[in-house]
Design a protein around this ligand. Structure first.
Ligand code: HXC
Length: 264
């Protein structure tokens, strides 16, 4: 595979699924400017790699998914630099949200601050039992800045978002599931990764344009009035009937065989 090299990331591609591992284990995978830049490059590369249908993001550390933005890098920032740093994070999460391919977070250990924000930018979050989520920013005299104040409220509502962000407290995987942030909790990291890969492969076997348009309809529709959102759904639904995949999917059903989708 012709995969790029990164200082703080590992990218493995197997059967249409890319496993993207944030790897800065000495600092629990904390996100500095370099990691943010590399993540943006890696997602860009994977979005444009036609062999890849689904991306799984995880952390290369038994203790952490990502323990936040790099506090040592942020410590000496002035206001202008801090705003620009937040915007680098926004560029990354916007890119992930706008990707045509589903992105799944597999969270083992700490997903704090910018790490929770990276997970929230993904389309689905799965966790192992030892996962811990939280926004400790207020304990540092700051606030979430990689989209946390916007994405958490959209996931679990204002009151729960307020409590988590104002207290800075951590919640475990089960609680994160109760508030709707995590979809399923697994016993340990191995079971988490195996199950997530299985789900990713299941998604990868479906019609990729259908999946991409469903993602677009869900994400865009949430910010539109219902009648406009339904119009968007109808348009995207209609466009799918000009694809080969729709013909193949329905033909395969009639012929009682598995569909072979080409993404065309
Ligand atoms: C820089 C970090 C880090 C971080 C951990 N480390 N988190 N370095 N930035 N976010 C480093 C520690 O300094 C330490 O390095 C090493 O990783 C191991 O961490 P320990 O603290 O020794 O581990 P432990 O005692 O097990 O505690 C784990 C922890 C704690 C509870 C996760 O590390 C922690 O509280 N980290 C900070 C979490 C946080 O506040 N995140 C939000 C950041 S703000 P040394 O060199 O000492 O061995 C943010 C803003 C996003 O994310 C928006 C920006 C615009």
């Amino acid at each position: 595979e012709d995969v790029m090299e990164y200082n703080n990331l590992k990218v493995e591609i197997k059967d249409s699924v890319a496993l993207l591992t944030v790897s800065r284990p000495k600092v629990l995978n904390a996100l500095n400017s370099e990691v943010l830049k590399e993540l943006e490059c890696a997602f860009y590369e994977l979005e444009n790699n036609s062999d890849v249908k689904v991306v799984v993001v995880t952390g290369d550390c038994e203790k952490a998914f990502v323990a936040g933005a790099d506090i040592k890098e942020m410590a000496n920032m002035n206001a202008i630099e801090a705003e620009s740093f937040a915007k680098k994070g926004h560029a990354l999460i916007r890119f992930v949200r706008n990707m045509s391919k589903p992105v799944i977070a597999a969270v083992n250990g700490y997903a704090l601050g910018g790490g929770f924000e990276l997970a929230l930018a993904c389309d689905i979050i799965y966790a192992s039992k030892n996962a811990k989520f939280g926004f400790p920013e207020v304990t540092l005299g700051i606030m979430p800045g990689f989209g946390g104040t916007q994405n958490l409220v959209r996931v679990c509502g204002e009151k729960i978002a307020n409590e988590l962000i104002f207290t800075g407290k951590m919640i475990d995987a089960q609680k994160a599931k109760e508030i709707g942030a995590v979809v399923e909790v697994f016993e340990d990291k191995e079971m988490l990764i195996n199950s997530v890969m299985e789900t990713a492969n299941k998604i990868a076997s479906n019609g990729p344009i259908g999946v991409a348009y469903a993602k677009k309809a869900i994400l865009t529709g949430v910010n539109l009035p219902l009648s406009e959102a339904l119009d968007l759904e109808a348009s995207l639904f209609g466009i799918l009937f000009s694809t080969e995949d729709q013909k193949e999917g329905m033909k395969a059903f009639v012929e009682k065989r598995k569909a072979e989708f080409k993404g065309k």
